[in-house]
Design a protein around this ligand. Structure first.
Ligand SMILES: [Zn+2]
Length: 172
């Protein structure tokens, strides 16, 4: 299989995990860590459920992969994530000695793999992580945008329902 096809295949798995986050009421971001062609870590956003601001999809996948390899150094591993990593996750990838990061949609607000800043590879860092964005970019972006659209309309409906309850006369 061509490398780009493999990348897409693992990105699809990351998207499935993002769907898991969404079903738990979390922002849909998913990640997998692949080593020797095998998935050794899977993660999805669990901040709300775990009361943990560090429970980003990438962190969860890195933690599981470390347990599988019995090593915090994930040499030669590739991490796939549906959204460009934030500064925390990018730094964790450097500490983990991840070889390569592949992401779907860029994050123009907090992306730390080139969009806003680059913490994966800059002069002075002792371990450079290769990175590549734009794999299944459209699909990954749509997954996130659909979630926020739905959440906005739910909030709007809630607000209107509250308003209607406070002013019942206006309903007549
Ligand atoms: Zn993050």
């Amino acid at each position: 299989m061509a490398e780009s096809e493999l990348d897409q295949q693992f990105m699809r798995r990351a998207m499935e995990l993002a769907g898991k986050a969404e079903s738990e009421g979390e922002v849909p971001v998913g990640a997998v860590v692949v080593h020797d062609g095998v998935v050794i870590g899977e993660g999805w956003n669990r901040l709300i459920g775990q009361h943990d601001a560090t429970a980003h999809a990438e962190m969860m996948a890195l933690r599981q992969a470390g347990k599988v390899l019995q090593n915090y150094r994930l040499l030669d591993a590739v991490l796939y994530v549906t959204l460009e990593p934030c500064p925390m996750c990018a730094s964790a990838m450097v500490h983990s000695r991840i070889c390569r990061v592949v992401f779907g949609a860029p994050d123009y607000k907090t992306g730390a793999a080139g969009s806003v800043m680059n913490l994966l590879s800059y002069e002075g860092v002792n371990h450079h992580v290769q990175y590549q964005g734009g794999v299944l970019e459209e699909e990954c972006r749509e997954q996130l945008q659909a979630f926020f659209r739905r959440r906005r309309s739910e909030k709007k409906a809630e607000k209107e329902a509250r308003k209607a309850a406070q002013n019942p006369s206006e309903e007549n």
